[in-house]
Write a protein of this length. Structure first.
Length: 331
């Protein structure tokens, strides 16, 4: 299965009213399905209508089918990535995701992001019992409502202390956030010295780009790699279902001062034609503000120095779009 990021999208609808005593037991049924095409909107509409009719007939025949495709931009099994195409370069497709950032989609060049683990709460049961004891004593000797306030104030204070102490430990133990995140990556490369990984710093972790060869997302080595380095499980599932690898190559809007969400609110594609001017104004403002930020920054290369032409081409495109070699704030 090749990566599919269609140019054209349409939605088909089949709706019928039934009389009493219909064999299905229904009074009415409405089914919607999407269709897609790289050729034309008419072809996408024809597919949508055919899928809607097939699902409609299946439901009437007793099959357990949804009445409409899930309204998500990707990771819906059986549906391609539903995002507008910004540009194409060979097999690589740049799309705009549901919150407005540009994403690089490749059928065979392996990317993986590693997020820093969140700090533990640091809360201890003793904090609760101390707060409860002080609150009870205050309520008994002074006034009950003052005791309740004392209890709540102490719980809040202990929560702040515990969180601050846990955050300090989290930043320093095991060499700090970056060292802990990179430890499984370095262990993987030590065990697989033929791999060539480029490492990039992101706002909340690291991005890895494999250079030594291309990969089929369904190859067994891909989930094994993801598991070994601690990559996000949702991203690993997306790669399998969408048969591609993705990397965000422009900033997240809320990190660059964009207060309003990209219209329409869901950001899902396609949108009604009358909403396009509003959306285009938002995108123009977003792209203007994005110029002052980088999505990631190149840190180092690990393992071998082997690469193939496909990975080199995608790497150059990725680095230019992310501004990975410029000293800009990460967003």
């Amino acid at each position: 299965m090749a990566m599919i990021v269609p140019e054209f999208w349409a939605e088909g609808r089949v709706s019928e009213q039934f009389g009493r005593g219909h064999v299905s037991g229904r009074y009415s049924l409405t089914v919607r399905r999407f269709g897609w095409s790289d050729s034309s909107l008419a072809e996408a509409q024809a597919m949508a209508d055919a899928r809607a009719r097939a699902a409609f007939d299946g439901i009437l025949a007793g099959e357990s089918l949804a009445k409409r495709d899930p309204r998500v931009p990707y990771d819906a099994e059986g549906l391609p990535i539903r995002e507008p195409i910004v540009e194409r370069d060979g097999d690589v497709v740049i799309t705009r995701n549901s919150y407005g950032a540009r994403c690089l989609n490749s059928p065979n060049v392996l990317f993986a992001d590693i997020d820093f683990a969140p700090p533990p709460s640091g809360w201890r049961a003793a904090y609760f019992w101390i707060s409860l004891a002080v609150g009870a004593a205050t309520g008994f000797w002074i006034k009950p409502w003052i005791g309740v306030l004392s209890l709540l104030a102490l719980l809040w204070l202990f929560a702040l202390i515990a969180r601050a102490a846990a955050a300090r430990r989290h930043r320093t133990e095991g060499g700090g956030l970056e060292a802990r995140a990179m430890a499984p990556v370095r262990a993987f490369v030590a065990a697989n010295p033929d791999w060539h990984l480029r490492v990039y710093r992101t706002p909340n972790g690291f991005r890895l780009l494999a250079m030594h060869r291309v990969f089929d997302p369904l190859d067994r080595s891909v989930p094994d790699f993801f598991q070994a380095i601690g990559a996000d499980s949702y991203y690993a599932l997306l790669c399998q279902r969408q048969h591609c690898f993705r990397a965000r190559v422009s900033p997240k809007p809320w990190r660059i001062g964009m207060r309003e969400r990209m219209p329409p609110r869901t950001g899902l594609w396609p949108i009604a034609p009358e909403r396009m001017p509003e959306r285009e104004r938002w995108v123009a403002e977003y792209e203007r503000k994005s110029d002052a930020y980088a999505s990631c920054r190149f840190v180092e290369a690990l393992g071998s120095r082997d690469y193939v032409s496909e990975t080199r081409g995608v790497q150059r495109m990725h680095d230019a779009m992310c501004r990975a070699d410029r000293d800009l704030p990460l967003a």
